[in-house]
Design a protein around this ligand. Structure first.
Ligand SMILES: Nc1ncnc2c1ncn2[C@@H]1O[C@H](COP(=O)(O)OP(=O)(O)OP(=O)(O)O)[C@@H](O)[C@H]1O
Ligand SMILES: CC(C)(CO)[C@@H](O)C(=O)[O-]
Length: 286
């Protein structure tokens, strides 16, 4: 029987962000987001060659589809000097602003760490994932966000950056996605990144409602809101439902019990909560 190991990491919805470092460097970001209860399960099996199966499942765990290949995870395993067959599973769409590249890296590295008894501490796992995200420009702040739970305000970049975490976001979070946005292409677009930088507001909100307000104002100023996202945001505003655009994906996330009925008019609704903890359960809310 092949040995297997399984790990989970929550996803992260960025509400606003600003790249830090010089124009051509990608040292990380500051910003705000929500660590979410949905994320990525990674199952690792010992194998002589690395194969990554990227799978979507439905709410009951049934397989919907799988694609083969994940360059960031393949790179991370190469760095660790090991090979494995990894299957990642999530109900959320890839590339749609749910921080799944970070979640899949963290859960996959954690799974192979256990599979091969590599004895790598959680901080080092996070550092490897973070450096891989920066190398592939698949994310800037999601890894540091996912090392803990809550809704967050990242005041300085990097794995040692200052993060304010709050945990009183108790209502349901709903999300829909019209499709992915290529994170790497956006991060490399100087014009878009200048607009995002000028849209950034340093204030850290201290209530869920203020969080969604800050995120919505950022989205409007960023120039990233598409017609389809705008239509959903307008419907939510009419009903005083806190809502904003998922960064970076063409989608909407909204807060409270009234949101699912409104979002369901526009597409499949993904229901989730704020996660109390990150990929390392040592970071669970005290
Ligand atoms: N669930 C997953 N399993 C394995 N690899 C993944 C997964 N999600 C993303 N990746 C890898 O990360 C790469 C970049 O993903 P991307 O950053 O676009 O997705 P995301 O993190 O969900 O979106 P965002 O960064 O906007 O939150 C993908 O091309 C894929 O190679
Ligand atoms: C760049 C980003 C929005 C992609 O999800 C995220 O990594 C962040 O907030 O830095």
């Amino acid at each position: 029987m092949d040995e297997t190991s399984l790990a989970f990491c929550p996803g992260h919805i960025s509400g606003w962000f600003k790249k830090t470092g010089s124009e051509n460097s990608f040292s990380g970001s500051i910003g705000g987001g929500i660590v979410i209860s949905e994320g990525v399960f990674s199952e690792a099996i010992k194998a002589d060659e690395t194969v990554i199966n990227v799978c979507r499942i439905d709410r009951t765990g049934n397989l919907i589809s799988c694609d083969v290949g994940s360059p960031p995870i393949e790179y991370a395993l190469l760095k660790l000097g090991i090979s494995a067959q990894i299957t990642t599973k999530t109900i959320l769409p890839v590339g749609a602003g749910f921080g799944l590249s970070a979640a899949s890296l963290l859960s996959s590295i954690k799974a192979v760490n256990e599979l091969y008894s590599l004895d790598i501490c959680d901080e080092e796992i996070a550092q490897i994932a973070y450096e891989t995200e920066i190398k592939f420009k698949s994310g800037l702040g999601d890894v540091s966000a996912c090392t803990g739970g809550g809704y967050i305000c990242r005041k300085s970049p990097g794995m040692a950056g200052e993060i304010i975490r709050r945990y009183d976001m108790d209502k349901t979070i709903s999300a829909i996605s019209f499709g992915p946005l290529a994170t790497d292409k956006i991060l490399k677009d100087k014009y878009i990144m200048e607009k995002i930088s000028s849209a950034y507001n340093e204030i850290c909100p201290d209530t869920p409602e203020d969080f969604f307000k800050a995120s919505r104002e950022f989205a409007e100023r960023s120039g990233l809101v598409s017609e389809r996202v705008r239509e959903v945001l307008n419907e939510c505003s009419l009903r005083e439902i806190p809502a904003s655009m998922t960064m970076l994906g063409e989608g909407v996330f909204a807060y409270g019990e009234k949101a699912p009925a409104i979002l369901s008019k526009f597409g499949e609704v993904y229901l989730m909560k704020m996660s109390d903890s990150g990929f390392s359960f040592r970071n669970r809310r005290e």
